[in-house]
Ligand binder design. Structure first.
Ligand SMILES: [Zn+2]
Length: 240
């Protein structure tokens, strides 16, 4: 049984399959963060919820379902969104963070908070038939801002929402995110550190490419990887 404490931000299409996979693989300490309630439209994609959960808070309903299935699991529900006021404290008390959000601003907040705290995390993005995941070891591998300097505009976000998300794609990506935490617990190194995995459901193809760090990003990965000056701290896993 692993002592790794994992924070899952968002108990939706990514966070639910990630939580199930973690519990199944013996990650016994989870925190699930989500401000929303279960809606009928969630049931198809967020497989843990039942009709009886409609109207309940997702974080609480998911923890109830998870602990019924995995009695050894210590799972804490938090009915809240991650925001600038709670992010640092939440990240600080976990070893690994899973980005299960569908909001670019939240993804950048997770990125920046984890970089500042030296906590590894796994990013995910899902759109239509494709999904992506990348694990970030702060100050060691490329971060979200190495790839995209700033969150997309509201218009871009709206067009992404219109494109929708295919449930099974989120399920695959959520499970891959969980595997990153499991690999960290077992081997000390997540396979997607510094790499971007892209899954395309139209042809069942998975591609893994290197995530290039960017000079001047501020996360320190470029300096660390190229030896161009001192990085900024690096990871602090294990020290809660
Ligand atoms: Zn960076």
């Amino acid at each position: 049984m692993s002592q790794l404490k994992v924070l899952i931000v968002g108990a939706g299409g990514l966070g639910v399959p990630a939580a199930l996979r973690l519990a199944h693989c013996g990650i016994a300490q989870l925190t699930l963060l989500d401000p929303e309630r279960v809606e009928l439209s969630n049931l198809a994609r967020q497989v843990i919820y039942r009709i009886a959960d409609i109207g309940q808070f997702k974080a609480e309903a998911a923890v109830r379902r998870l602990t019924a299935k995995f009695p050894q699991l210590h799972a804490e529900p938090i009915v809240a969104a991650m925001d600038a006021g709670n992010a640092a404290a939440l990240v600080a008390r976990h070893h690994f963070i899973i980005d299960g959000t569908d909001d670019p601003a939240a993804k950048f907040l997770i990125n920046d908070t984890c970089i500042a705290a030296g906590r590894p995390f796994v990013y995910a993005g899902v759109l239509g038939f494709t999904g992506q995941a990348m694990t970030v070891l702060p100050g060691r591998t490329a971060c979200l801002r190495c790839l995209f300097e700033a969150p997309p505009s509201q218009a871009e976000v709206a067009s992404c929402r219109d494109a929708g998300i295919l449930g099974p794609v989120a399920g695959v990506i959520g499970a891959i995110q969980a595997e990153q935490a499991i690999a960290l617990a077992r081997k000390g190194h997540p396979a997607l550190a510094g790499k971007i995995l892209t899954y395309d459901a139209r042809n069942s193809r998975i591609r893994v490419t290197a995530a290039a760090s960017r000079r001047g990003c501020g996360c320190g990965a470029y300096e660390y990887l190229t030896g161009a000056g001192a990085g900024r701290g690096g990871i602090t896993e294990g020290k809660l």
